[in-house]
Ligand binder design. Structure first.
Ligand code: HEC
Length: 104
């Protein structure tokens, strides 16, 4: 059984250790954020593409990085799969690519 002063010391020591761990992990997390956001790749073209993607509700049918709706093909690697000529054509006139079918 701990005496009152031992319990107090135990409490203070435990609080100090847990607070130090919490502060240390918080600092570590904040230091990792810039590397994980890939902020260096956010050029004006990418930002405009994201705005267009959101404004036109492409996510209503497509997924990107697994997020969105599962009605239409996943678009994360669509550039590698299809190339720019195909993508431009389907975005300009989807009906002409697949006549009679509903698509983006
Ligand atoms: C109403 C649902 C819908 C919306 C909204 C939509 N799409 Fe689509 N999209 C489709 C469907 C369905 C296909 C598949 C056509 C097929 O292969 O027959 C498709 C195909 C595509 C493809 C070709 C994918 C591949 O792998 O062949 C691209 C690229 C694409 N959409 C981009 C977009 C973009 C960018 C937007 C937003 C501007 C958008 N789509 C909005 C339904 C949609």
């Amino acid at each position: 059984m701990l005496s009152k002063s031992q319990a107090k010391a135990f409490f203070l020591f435990g609080t100090a250790v847990c607070s130090a761990a919490f502060i240390g992990l918080t600092i570590d997390t904040f230091q990792r954020i810039p590397g994980q956001t890939r902020q260096q790749n956010m050029n004006p073209e990418v930002i405009r593409g994201k705005h267009l993607f959101e404004k036109n509700n492409c996510m209503g049918c497509h997924t990107i990085f697994g997020e969105g709706a599962y009605y239409a093909p996943e678009l994360t690697k669509v550039f590698e799969r299809r190339g720019s000529v195909f993508i431009k054509a389907i975005l300009k006139d989807p009906e002409a690519m697949y006549p009679g079918q509903k698509n983006g």
